[in-house]
Write a protein that binds this ligand. Structure first.
Ligand SMILES: Nc1ncnc2c1ncn2[C@@H]1O[C@H](COP(=O)(O)OP(=O)(O)OP(=O)(O)O)[C@@H](O)[C@H]1O
Length: 640
């Protein structure tokens, strides 16, 4: 049966291939449920174009553009296409930047106008606000900083966009600015539209339900004006729109002459999970999927616990044990790596995986949040890309790896230094080795040294360059041979045990002051987490991925967000007045948003799925779930 199932939706792939004709392109919209093989169709379609029309592409110097949602999806697709040079796979931000980079005059004008608009908006709010409040002083600061930035625009010759830069400079553009600018330019500048089409006659977008709506509108505009020259291929699932950025009503905005291939089979999930996600979807658009005929039945369980459960990690370990017994699958207890645990909020993962004291303070500062989440923030790289790998190489006695890190990033062995040293090069090497030995000694002396101690040691030995964000915590940058003093400097400088006032804790410097108290083992776990290599992730972060065993943690109270409410979705809490008003006005409600998120998490499971739900009213949840038919009575366990 397997092969029949493999070809169940083969018609959709044929339709797509027919659209991707460079001589006669047609745009298409492949919207289908989870696990239906959309990403697979995308990769197959590109392979087919390269095979059949690759020569034509190469001769005309054009490429197929592919936009993915995350860097890891980008790498995955590149690999599956064996890094074919005729295909350019990028995230939306790098794609946008590749179009507008170098148009510095246009960028400067846009920024100038945008800053003017932002300042005007802030001034209106300021005029209405009460004087003397915190909001007023924040706004005043923001106005000032925008005015300063505006005044300095003339001095910037070349703007940069550096998603992984450790130092933010005045010429750097933010993620949001790059996207907004590109959307505006595509809407108004004919030259840029032509450039886009001549570079990428075919542009395919994966997970397009979450593509920034401004940019999506701009691309739809380009397509509408150039139907015979430009093919836009959208892959996605409206039920999986989980970010606020995506275009609401995208399906309705697609012109009638586009092709709309259909896929109905779920190739990923066992039949019980397909059944569950079909039911979850019933109240949305009612689209149904079939499981493969060779799919296992699989297991789904709902464990409901009181919100007040104190030892949550312990309860979750017990549940994993139960799942192992229920499923007969020993991997549920084979160590956390075999399970993927999905939490609603990063802090919940940080708490469970053990990197909260490093992460929480930095994550609390909105301005630097993105960089903290993707590991690119200012100051982060010193720990994750330099100190951590070096200490690991030293601990493993891997002299080759430690030498490679030093050569790559340490100022001690920079080429200029080596050249200037002439005969004394050996001294430099000895000095670098002594600095490494000292670092190793610091790490072995304490269980796991504090980041502050490490920072000060590294600064005192000039082992790595200290990024601006961390300079306030370095007591002295003079060389210092004493390990003890190196550590001591930090303690002096650092307000140990001193509570920070609110204002300071919310600033980047205040946040670092707290985060530097964390130990190096937290960096190790944080690094695994942001690279997607830990057993934890968020409900949102696993879009597009799949895992054999999935544990979904649901806890509104711990997540403290306002965008999602599982309590309302599961019937433990009444709809609010706003929900009812939104519903009446045809606007999106919290319940709809949460339902889509729940659909995404459940549909990641390839074998078995445990939902661990901390609720204010466990028995109400059980009754509601049975009544709605999402779970059978024997699939629900209340743990008190
Ligand atoms: N026709 C097929 N035959 C066999 N396996 C398939 C087929 N299509 C997809 N699969 C497998 O099913 C799984 C899901 O495929 P894929 O990730 O492409 O789905 P998707 O539609 O992009 O999912 P999602 O929307 O959940 O991200 C993958 O393991 C893939 O290899």
């Amino acid at each position: 049966m397997g092969t029949d199932d493999d070809n169940y939706d083969a018609e959709a792939d044929k339709t797509i291939m027919a659209c991707l004709d460079l001589a006669k392109p047609r745009s298409f919209f492949l919207y289908a449920g989870a696990g239906s093989g959309k990403t697979r169709s995308l990769v197959n379609a590109i392979r087919a174009i390269c095979r059949d029309q690759g020569r034509h592409l190469s001769l005309s110097g054009r490429r197929i553009g592919v936009i993915t949602y995350t860097n890891s999806a980008c790498d995955e697709i590149k690999q599956r296409l064996e890094f074919d040079p005729r295909v350019e796979v990028s995230t939306i931000h790098s794609f946008a930047w590749s179009l507008i980079a170098g148009y510095d005059t246009d960028i400067r004008q846009w920024l100038d106008q945008n800053l003017l608009n932002e300042i005007a908006e802030l001034q209106v709010a300021q005029a209405k606000g009460r004087p003397g409040t915190k909001a007023t002083s924040d706004r005043a600061r923001s106005i000032e900083s925008k005015q300063r930035r505006r005044a300095s625009l003339g001095e910037i010759r070349r703007f940069i966009y550096s998603p992984t830069g450790d130092n933010r400079t005045r010429d750097a553009l933010s993620h949001a600015e790059v996207i907004m600018m590109t959307s505006d330019f595509l809407g108004t500048k004919n030259g840029l539209r032509k450039l886009l089409m001549s570079r990428f006659p075919i542009l395919l977008i994966d997970e397009s339900q979450d593509t920034n709506r401004g940019l999506m509108d701009a691309l739809l505009g380009v397509q509408a004006a150039n139907q015979t020259r430009f093919c836009l291929g959208l892959f996605g699932d409206t039920m999986q729109r989980i970010y606020a950025d995506g275009k609401v009503g995208l399906a309705e905005a697609i012109p009638p002459d586009w092709s709309r291939p259909v896929k109905r089979m779920n190739h990923r999930c066992p039949s019980r999970v397909v059944d569950l996600i079909n039911k979850v979807r019933m109240d949305d658009d009612g689209q149904m999927q079939h499981a493969r005929s060779d799919a296992a039945k699989g297991v789904v369980r709902l464990f409901v616990l009181p919100e007040t459960t104190s030892e949550k990690s312990h309860a979750e370990a017990e549940i994993a044990r139960s799942m192992s017994q229920i499923t007969g699958d020993p991997d549920w207890v084979a160590g956390t790596d075999a399970i993927k645990t999905l939490a609603l909020e990063h802090l919940m993962s940080a708490r469970r995986f053990g990197f909260e004291s490093f992460f929480a303070p930095l994550y609390a500062v909105p301005r630097i949040r993105t960089g903290i989440l993707d590991g690119s923030g200012a100051g982060i790289g010193l720990f994750t890309r330099e100190i951590l790998p070096l200490t690991q190489a030293l601990a493993a006695g891997d002299r080759f790896a430690s030498a490679a890190i030093i050569r790559k990033s340490s100022p001690l062995l920079e080429r200029d230094q080596l050249e200037a040293a002439g005969e004394r090069q050996l001294d430099l090497l000895r000095n670098a080795k002594a600095a490494c030995d000292g670092l190793h000694a610091l790490c072995t002396k304490e269980d796991s040294p504090s980041l502050l101690a490490l920072l000060n040691y590294v600064a005192s030995r000039k082992l790595f360059t200290i990024p601006d964000a961390l300079l306030p915590f370095v007591a002295s940058t003079e060389p210092d041979d004493s390990l003890e003093t190196g550590v001591g400097h930090g303690d002096e400088n650092h307000a140990h045990g001193k509570a920070l006032d609110d204002e300071e804790a919310k600033s980047e410097t205040g946040a670092w002051r707290l985060a530097l108290d964390a130990t190096l083992d937290q960096i190790e776990r944080y690094d695994l987490y942001v690279r997607g290599l830990s057993p934890f992730d968020t409900h949102q972060g696993v879009k597009g991925l799949e895992f054999p065993r999935v544990m979904v943690i649901v806890n509104d109270e711990e997540a403290r967000g306002f965008l999602f409410s599982y309590e309302k979705l599961f019937g433990a809490k009444e709809k609010s007045k706003t929900d009812i008003d939104n519903e009446a006005a045809g606007k999106e409600t919290t319940i709809e948003r949460t339902r889509r998120l729940f659909y995404v998490t459940c549909s990641r499971a390839k074998q078995s799925l445990a939902i661990v739900y901390y609720s204010s009213s466990p028995s109400v949840v059980r009754d509601a779930m049975i009544e709605r038919g999402w779970f059978e009575p024997d699939e629900i366990e209340i743990i008190s």
